[in-house]
Ligand binder design. Structure first.
Ligand code: FAD
Length: 477
């Protein structure tokens, strides 16, 4: 397994990355991007840390060790251990998931399932390629990003109906030794600091969309691949004012494929348009399980911080505060219960792979996403306006001001410093660029709210409910 420094060194490979209009030759040395690299390196640090080793490292088939992320889940217990690891990583990451292996292995599990089905139905040999690529990532302990979301243009039209043929990534040439792809994906997390980029279709396709039915993997430093990193959240901040976002950050890219050649052994779907939808969906079921697992530290933090600031402000016994805290506790505990339930009610897919229960996992994600803004409103209401008006680090360090701040900004049984630190923590997670990022991430990342509802409806045991209604109404079949 690699060390965090070996991971960092692997990113100095000539990749084409732009940030704020400038080409970045070394992402590990750039003052803003380095924060995201160091944050993601947590995945490697945890594997070497005796406190996390038992959770983060497992025996590798055939000898040696590997990251638990690569362990293909076979049982509910495997999924629960994966959930615990994702939660521990995100807690160490100050509410931001490291994601270097989480999302990539979600894609690899889905590729195994769909490759297996495709090979059986069509006599193709995709599973051999997928297995070889999986072993390459596992044995070299690689970091992976997943580019699924296309730029999409007109959302009301399919890929081949667009005014512009490249609004979805497509094959522009099929050769005996591989394919050439063109187009752009968007919102691609951790691509700037991953080793491999796994590309999946984003939606179900029709027969006329054959060229868009494509899945593959390329190293990030591949000719023709350009990454434009979003500047969002990119301020270098004081750790007093921004205790989380000064040290932790995840970046997304506009990911452009300008006639990128993909060798044959890295092509995992080539024109089988009727398998694009199943592949997109199967990835998302694993990925929503990852998502709700990494939301747990965030909702626990919101609840804990709300209770603590209520105590510091002397309002913890007020009826409306207890009501809001009770709501937050129920919000956090329901999410945890649903996440565990999705693992416990998993089903056994092909190749013995345990798949989290799709209905439950989508209900978990919907519960989190639709109530997140309400949770933030409650925390902000309890905390008060100092969230956006409190003195900052420079004021605290100014000798003339500090005694005044200490004198006037204490709370109930607590000094000004602890109260300010807590207020800045709440502000960072609810009002700063990180707060805004969390708010949009909650709604859109891992699929929009409507996508979750579609799966909940599709998997609902409606026959069972209807049968009960008929039985109690005395309606014969
Ligand atoms: C922080 C962050 C990180 C992300 N990381 C990744 C990543 O690593 N890899 C990746 O592939 N993706 C990633 N995503 C993308 C994420 O999955 C998408 O944001 C999500 O699927 C929504 O797509 P969109 O942003 O293009 O919004 P849109 O699809 O434009 O959705 C906007 C609204 O339009 C509605 N809508 C869209 N199409 C239709 C339609 N046909 N009919 C009716 N309503 C419609 C939606 O329901 C929604 O309300 C990330 C997103 C975020 C915010």
């Amino acid at each position: 397994m690699r060390t965090a420094d070996e991971y960092r060194a692997s990113l100095r490979d000539g990749r084409v990355v732009y940030y704020e209009g400038q080409r970045v030759r070394d992402v590990t040395a750039h003052p803003a991007l380095r924060v995201a690299v160091d944050h993601a390196a947590l995945d490697y640090e945890m594997a070497a840390d005796p406190r996390h080793r038992a959770l983060a490292v497992v025996p590798r088939p055939g000898g040696g060790e590997m990251s638990r992320y690569f362990a293909i889940p076979r049982t509910a217990e495997d999924l629960l251990a994966r959930m615990d690891l994702i939660e521990a990583g995100t807690r160490a990451g100050g509410t931001i998931v490291p994601l270097l292996k989480e999302i990539g292995t979600d894609a690899l599990f889905a590729l195994h399932l769909i490759g297996h089905d495709l090979d059986r139905a069509r006599g193709t040999r995709y599973l051999d390629r997928i297995g070889a690529f999986y072993a390459h990532c596992r044995d070299n302990d690689l970091a992976m990003a997943v580019a699924q979301t296309d730029v999409k243009g007109d959302r009301g039209a399919g890929p081949s109906e667009q005014a512009h043929p490249d609004y979805y990534v497509r094959m522009v040439e099929e050769r005996s030794d591989g394919i050439v792809v063109r187009g752009a994906k968007v919102h691609t997390s951790v691509s700037m600091n991953a080793n491999e980029l796994i590309v999946l279709p984003t939606r179900a396709l029709g027969e006329g969309d054959r060229a868009y039915a494509v899945a593959f993997a390329v190293p990030v430093a591949t000719r023709g691949l350009t990454l434009a990193v979003s500047p969002y959240g990119g301020h270098t901040a004081s750790s007093f004012e921004h205790p989380l976002s000064a040290r932790h950050r995840m970046t997304e890219t506009l990911t452009v494929f300008d006639d990128v050649f993909v060798p044959r052994d890295r092509v995992f779907l080539q024109g089988e348009w009727d398998y694009a939808g199943p592949l997109a969906r199967t990835f998302v079921e694993f990925h929503r399980f990852t998502a709700v697992s990494y939301k747990l530290p965030l909702v626990d933090l919101l609840t804990g911080a709300a209770q603590l600031i209520a105590q510091y402000n002397g309002i913890e016994r007020a009826g409306h505060i207890r009501d809001k805290i009770t709501w937050l506790v129920a919000y956090a505990r329901t999410l945890r219960a649903l996440t565990r339930m999705a693992a416990l009610s998993c089903y056994q897919g092909a190749l013995g792979i345990a798949v989290p229960d799709p209905g439950t996992i989508n209900i978990a994600k919907l519960h989190f996403a639709t109530q997140f803004h309400d949770a933030i409103a409650r925390v902000q209401e309890i905390a008060g306006g100092l969230l956006v008006t409190a003195p900052g680090q420079a004021d605290w360090e100014q000798p003339a001001l500090r005694p005044l701040i200490e004198r006037y900004l204490g709370g109930k049984g607590v000094g000004a410093e602890a109260r300010l630190r807590l207020l800045h923590l709440i502000s960072d997670v609810t009002t700063s660029a990180l707060g805004g990022y969390h708010a949009v991430l909650a709604i859109h990342a891992e699929g929009s709210i409507e996508a979750e509802k579609l799966t909940i409806y599709r998997t609902a045991p409606l026959d069972k409910y209807v049968a009960l209604a008929k039985e109690l109404a005395g309606i014969a079949d």
